[in-house]
Structure formats: structure tokens, C-alpha cells
Write a protein that binds this ligand. Structure first.
Ligand code: ATP
Ligand code: MG
Length: 152
């Protein structure tokens, strides 16, 4: 069904910051006051939950997350940026693969199954959307999602 992405993103951010011991500073910059989208709200909530969970768990305390929301002609663009550990360039092409994790001991010692981003990619494909990642080791990562407005 259709829902407004602005309060939706706010509530996902709230949930993610409450669910951690780390101090999380969030900057949310929506381009518009409201943005109605026809999408699977429950799955999209998990998508944001996974991306925010990663942003927090692969960043040192205190965490800084910047979220942008843009209303384009044909699609909605959502980006989630962190200032965390980053992902080595050689591993970037595989982060959306099932069970792939950046090898432990190199960058981080954080637990996980390597399933979150595979799930995220799957949900976006079901919405005829896509996800991209830009990352620099030691500087942080930006995950950018595009969802077409007239899918389903
Ligand atoms: P889980 O199944 O619990 O999500 P996970 O976090 O290891 O486990 P993914 O979310 O699929 O799995 O992420 C895959 C890998 O990509 C992670 O193990 C981590 O190495 C890297 N990664 C993902 N997001 C980030 C991020 N924001 N910053 C740095 N590395 C990241
Ligand atoms: Mg994860």
C-alpha cells in the first residue's frame, strides 16, 4: 500500500538508535515534506533496519549517520551514509552476495551472517529498484537506494 516515506524513515532511524548501546548522531535531510510511495512497507522497514544496523555496527562509538531522501521524476532516492570502517575496494562487488562478509581480522570483529545485504538487494529487486554502495576504508560507506514510483 501507499505510505509517506518521511515519517517512515524517521521512525526507522528512531528504532535503530534505540536498539544500540552506541551513541548515534543522525542527520536526516529529506528534500520534500512528504513523499508518498507504493511499496511493501514491512520489507522496506527491514531494508532500512539492515542498512542502519550495518552503519552502526561497522562504526566506532560515537556513530554518525546521514540520511538523504530525494523525490525524482521517476523514482525515489534514499541514501544512508556512515563514517565507519569502510569496505576494502576489492570486496565491494561481493557485499550483496549471500553469506559474504569482509574477512574478519582485517577490518572488523563484528558478528553477523552475511545475509542482511543479500536480503536488502532481493527486496529492492522485487520493487524493480536497485542499490549501490560507495565506500572508502577508514572514511565510511554510502548505500544508495533507487525505487521506481510506478512499480508493482
Ligand atoms: P547480517 O546477516 O547480520 O546482516 P552482516 O552484517 O555481516 O550480517 P551484511 O549486512 O550482508 O552481513 O553485510 C555484508 C558485509 O559487508 C559485512 O559483513 C561487512 O563486512 C560489510 N558491510 C556492510 N555494511 C557495512 C558498512 N556500513 N560499513 C562497513 N562494512 C559494511
Ligand atoms: Mg548486516
Amino acid at each position: 500500500s501507499t505510505f509517506d516515506l518521511v515519517p517512515f524513515v524517521r521512525s526507522c532511524l528512531e528504532v535503530a538508535t534505540i536498539a544500540t548501546q552506541k551513541q548515534v548522531k543522525v542527520i536526516f535531510n529529506p528534500d520534500v515534506e512528504r513523499l508518498d510511495l507504493l511499496a511493501d512497507e514491512a520489507h522496506l522497514k527491514n531494508v532500512l533496519g539492515n542498512l542502519l544496523d550495518n552503519a552502526i555496527k561497522y562504526s566506532d562509538d560515537p556513530v554518525q549517520i546521514t540520511v538523504t531522501l530525494k523525490d525524482r521524476t521517476n523514482d525515489v532516492v534514499l541514501s544512508i551514509a556512515d563514517k565507519g570502517k569502510g569496505i576494502p575496494a576489492e570486496h565491494l562487488p561481493r557485499v550483496f552476495d549471500m553469506f559474504f562478509r569482509v574477512p574478519a581480522g582485517t577490518v572488523h570483529e563484528v558478528k553477523g551472517f552475511g545475509l542482511g545485504l543479500a536480503y536488502v538487494k532481493h527486496v529492492l529487486e522485487q520493487h524493480a529498484g536497485r542499490i549501490r554502495v560507495q565506500s572508502e576504508i577508514g572514511k565510511g560507506s554510502i548505500f544508495t537506494i533507487n525505487i521506481p514510483k510506478n512499480q508493482l
